[in-house]
Design a protein around this ligand. Structure first.
Ligand code: FNR
Length: 186
């Protein structure tokens, strides 16, 4: 059975560089590993504890939870909005964090990639994503994060999978996730 890595992308725009980075991770996944970009994030309603009860969890939120539970690892790919992660990602993590202590991300190895046009490469969003995932119970790989800043504009023309430095960094993140996961499955 192959290793499944679920990628959650925080930008919904069609030409998103963050989405391209997730696509590049999927293209670079080593044999026996599959990176799937989750396509239903925009449909997940805002987290509401009233809805989070047996029989009333919205289908789109349940589908997200099911996808995370079926995955061996999580890859968050985030732009920076006003110094943090976009609401779409933070909402997803809220759904994945509950029930408290037993959410879908509990003990899931997780890494964060961030990109914005600023030279800092969405560093604040990256830091926040790692913090929030950790609080949610994921096993965050602190040393396996990538920030894409200065080269952001290159990816309007060149897909990041064809950009040597970026491809090497993404391959490093995938290797770290796979390495974190193997002992779990052993
Ligand atoms: C931004 N952007 C941005 N960039 C940044 O480096 N720091 C920031 O605080 C913000 N804030 C921010 C707020 C809002 C509401 C928007 C729409 C944008 C720029 C942002 O990172 C950029 O436009 C893209 O979203 C980059 O990612 P994608 O969409 O190409 O994946």
């Amino acid at each position: 059975m192959s290793i499944q890595i679920l990628a959650l992308v925080g930008s919904l725009r069609s030409a998103s560089v963050n989405r391209k980075l997730a696509e590049a991770a999927a293209a670079l996944a080593p044999e026996g590993t599959e990176v799937t970009i989750y396509e239903g994030l925009a449909e997940v309603p805002f987290y509401n504890e009233d809805l989070d009860a047996e029989g009333s969890v919205p289908a789109a939120a349940q589908a997200l939870r099911d996808a995370a539970k079926a995955a061996g690892a999580l890859l968050l790919v985030t732009p920076e909005y006003n110094g943090s992660t976009p609401a779409v990602l933070s909402n997803a993590v809220d759904w994945l964090s509950r029930p408290y202590g037993a959410g879908a991300v509990k003990d899931l190895p997780a890494a964060v990639i961030s990109a914005s046009p600023s030279p800092y490469g969405a560093k604040w969003a990256n830091d926040d994503a790692r913090k929030v995932l950790g609080v949610a119970g994921a096993k965050v790989l602190e040393d396996a994060s990538v920030t894409v800043g200065g080269r952001f504009q290159d990816f309007a023309e060149t897909h990041p999978k064809d950009h040597e430095e970026t491809a090497a960094e993404l391959a490093g993140v995938l290797a770290a996730l796979i390495g974190a996961l193997e002992p779990v499955n052993a």
